[in-house]
Write a protein that binds this ligand. Structure first.
Ligand code: OAD
Length: 250
């Protein structure tokens, strides 16, 4: 099933990967959309916007503390590790993730762009200054910024907020340059991330999608592999390794 893609991989120098919540699903981190998704149970405008934080910071912090606790208990799954291995297989490799859980780094990924921030970090809601270390936040006594006195918030991108310009520019550069682009475990609905595979494809990249279901990207993709990324990506990397080692490639 992967033979044709492995042929392309062995001759590829520049590869980029976009991941979404689906890659962490098998670790036990809930996705956002779909029946069991977070946005089916909670209202994003009450929890993940600046105006929610201004009007009810306690509820917002309780929600992020709940998610932090959940994420602190989970481990990277074989899909994350396969992408960690993939990084070493190409001359140029960029992992672009929409996830804030930090699991890619735990699985060995290094050249990584976290488009939506990282839930384990904090910053000032007023001046954006980063807060050192992974401090715990008491929702009843939210600390203030040492520089300007603003309230401390999680360092994630909320609805209606701009992404870090350097990070999104680097992501679009990687998409433009990629000969091979993977979109893994994302519904491909949220911009600007959803444009990255399209930009890569228009620039001549081979586009591969790995997802449990079809998405708006599927018709554009050269390869659509339907199934869990924690099973499909390790199988792909195993075939790739065997081919590189001079085996038959399966
Ligand atoms: P979604 O919840 O929108 O989509 C998750 C995707 O993963 C779906 O297409 C599922 O079919 C797929 N999926 C689920 N389990 C999978 C598995 N084991 N293997 C492969 N695929 C699987 O999550 P995202 O696309 O990441 O933004 O959502 C994008 C952004 O919307 C998030 O970063 C977040 C959210 O609002 C912010 O917080 C700014």
């Amino acid at each position: 099933m992967f033979e044709e893609l492995v042929d392309i991989m062995v001759n590829c120098r520049r590869c980029a990967v976009l991941t979404g919540a689906g890659i962490s699903a098998e670790s036990g981190v809930p996705t956002f959309r779909g029946k069991e998704g977070l946005w089916g149970k909670f209202r994003p405008e009450e929890l993940a916007t600046m105006s929610a934080f201004m009007s009810n910071p306690k509820i917002v912090w309780e929600w992020y503390n709940w998610r932090r606790d959940l994420m602190a208990k989970v481990q990277p799954n074989p899909g994350h590790f396969a992408l960690g291995e993939m990084e070493k297989a190409f001359e140029q490799f960029t992992l672009i993730t929409q996830n804030v859980d930090g699991l890619h780094r735990q699985a060995g990924s290094e050249n990584m762009l976290e488009l939506h921030g990282n839930i384990h970090r904090n910053k000032c809601a007023e001046c954006n200054a980063a807060v050192d270390g992974q401090i715990e936040i008491d929702p009843d006594d939210i600390p203030s910024c040492a520089q300007c006195g603003g309230s401390i918030r999680p360092d994630v991108v909320w609805f209606g907020e701009m992404l870090d310009a350097d990070i999104i520019d680097a992501a679009f550069d990687a998409a433009q340059q990629a000969e091979l682009f993977f979109s893994v475990g994302t519904s491909a609905l949220v911009q600007p991330a959803a444009s990255l595979p399209v930009v890569a494809k228009r620039a001549g990249s081979t586009l591969v999608e790995v997802n449990m279901e079809r998405t708006p990207l599927s018709d554009l993709a050269d390869f659509h592999f339907c199934g869990p990324s924690g099973e499909l990506l390790p199988r792909l990397m195993e075939l790739f390794r065997r081919r590189k080692d001079g085996g038959d490639g399966g």
